[in-house]
Design a protein around this ligand. Sequence first.
Ligand code: G4P
Length: 193
Amino acid sequence: MQLLEDMILKYGKVRGGNVLKVDGFLNHRLDTALICELGQEFCKLFEKEGITKVLTVESSGIAIAYATAEKLKVPLVFAKKTMSSNISDEVYKVPVHSYTHNNDYMMLMTKAYITSDDIVLLVDDFLANGCALGGLIGICEAAGAKIAGIGVAIEKGFQGGGDLLRQQGYRVESLAVIDKMDENTLEFRANCK
Ligand code: G4P
């Protein structure tokens, strides 16, 4: 998506450890017009799939998932990373390891909010090794829900998570795929949405 690629080139900063900092428009300060466009694009890509829920994980995926769910006119649900009194005891718990943050956590989802009747669109802001999406897939499998596809804003193609998910048969639509990045270079994969 040209608009997103332009924003990454203009405001993104490459940090050590293969991290792209986009906190000026996607992860900390949010460009609401851009996020609405991302939601519109995912809606266009998946509107014929009979989606009943959009699913993401807190926190940075929520804004894009909200914009997508609003356009698709379905509820948004997001997995939590910490237990709180707001969550019922009836939860799916899926262990996730994050290479990016170098930590392990439990992804939590109230059982009543994803069921075997659901056709789910997974949405996240970043796709690196795919651990966070792996956790969301685990929740859908535990619930018996169908996964219609995966919508990602920025895929770091060189980390391989996206291609692994495609090999597993998932429809992964990334609006910008970075195939190479360092302090001086940022190369996008041609022909992404
Ligand atoms: P992983 O396998 O390397 O852990 O990557 P994964 O795709 O599972 O993403 C893990 C988390 O790290 C995600 O956040 C994702 O948004 C974030 N992330 C991965 N690579 C980058 C990057 O280059 N830049 C930025 N800004 N974020 C990145 P999350 O678990 O959904 O939580 P949160 O950080 O949104 O709270």
